[in-house]
Write a protein that binds this ligand. Structure first.
Ligand code: NAP
Length: 278
């Protein structure tokens, strides 16, 4: 039997619609400051999409751009200005930053109240301790997708492939907070397929094209593919979609699965950050 394919674009549209309605109710439009350092083409596209969708839901686009040669002090000083600016409810520093910059020090300058990417040490610590706070957008988007599909999480066996600060670790914390039994895999994991075959819920965030095939999947599992890879034939994920869809119960496509959820979650975080100060 073929898996149910989750339409992330549609779920993201619904989330943006609900954010737009909440923005209208809030009265004063929340302000999102995206910060781009340099001119990396992929980062430019990501930031452009974030700014466009921010305006579409009725928020203020307070974008800031620094040159690729900006110093650590210049970037940190911009973050301090944005922290102090009452027009700014959310700050997002587009990663990766140019190599000469210490990105952790820059991220940690962001006020936790405005950390709409959920990447500061304080936000990560709050999430690890199960306390309220702003949470990273991509795993938050995955949780929204799982809830939309009514995937049971309490007591479920969840396996997360990947342990990055951006996706894998926060993803595991969010699943744990929902009472899943969570295993985290990484590049040193032995017998990966044996571990992933245990999963009722499998999250692929390894950044390796089509790493997970049929042999990695428990029949009927919910398989969420966070990976995005550009190939000559088009985009693909960390999951071999065609093979896995024959055995999984639920699966996300690439493109059109997790991808659209990330910006929608960013908008939700910005709204939440603004609502906390109104
Ligand atoms: P990352 O920082 O490169 O982390 C990859 C993780 O996967 C690492 O923890 C690594 O283990 C692990 N890994 C690598 N090869 C593995 C293997 N063969 N078996 C098991 N684990 C392996 O990547 P990321 O930032 O988390 O992103 C992961 C993927 O998601 C990428 O394709 C990225 O483009 C995509 N992504 C998508 C969105 C979206 O909006 N849809 C957002 C963010 C990222 P070690 O820790 O041992 O090195």
């Amino acid at each position: 039997m073929s898996a149910r394919v989750l339409d992330g674009a549609d779920v993201a549209r619904q989330l943006r619609r609900s954010v737009a309605a909440d923005v209208a109710r809030l009265g004063a439009a929340p302000g999102l400051a995206t910060v781009l350092v340099g001119d990396d083409p992929a980062s430019q596209i990501y930031v452009k999409n974030k700014r466009k969708q921010c305006v579409e839901v009725g928020m203020r686009d307070l974008h800031r751009h620094l040159s690729a040669e900006a110093s650590q002090e210049e970037v940190e000083s911009l973050i301090e200005d944005l922290n102090a600016d009452h027009q700014v409810d959310g700050i997002l520093v587009q990663l990766p930053l140019p190599k000469h910059l210490d990105f952790r020090a820059i991220i940690d300058r962001i006020s936790p109240a405005k950390d709409v990417d959920g990447l500061t040490a304080i936000s990560a610590g709050r999430l690890a301790q199960g306390r309220p706070g702003l949470q990273p957008c991509t795993p938050a988007g995955v949780m929204t997708l799982l809830d939309h599909a009514e995937v049971p999480l309490s007591g479920a066996r969840a396996v997360v492939v990947g342990r990055s600060d951006l996706v894998g670790r926060p993803m595991a914390q969010m699943l744990l907070a929902r009472h899943a039994t969570v295993t985290i895999c990484h590049s040193r994991t032995r017998e990966l397929a044996e571990v992933t075959r245990e999963a009722d819920v499998l999250i692929a965030a390894a950044g390796v094209p089509q790493l997970l095939g049929r042999e990695h999947i428990r029949p009927g599992a919910a398989v969420i593919d966070v990976g995005i890879h550009r190939r000559e034939t088009g985009l693909c994920g960390d999951v071999d979609f065609d093979a896995v869809k024959e055995i999984a119960g639920i699966i996300t496509p690439v493109p059109g699965g997790v991808g659209p959820m990330t910006i929608a979650s960013l908008l939700r975080n910005t709204l939440d950050a603004a609502a906390a100060t109104r």
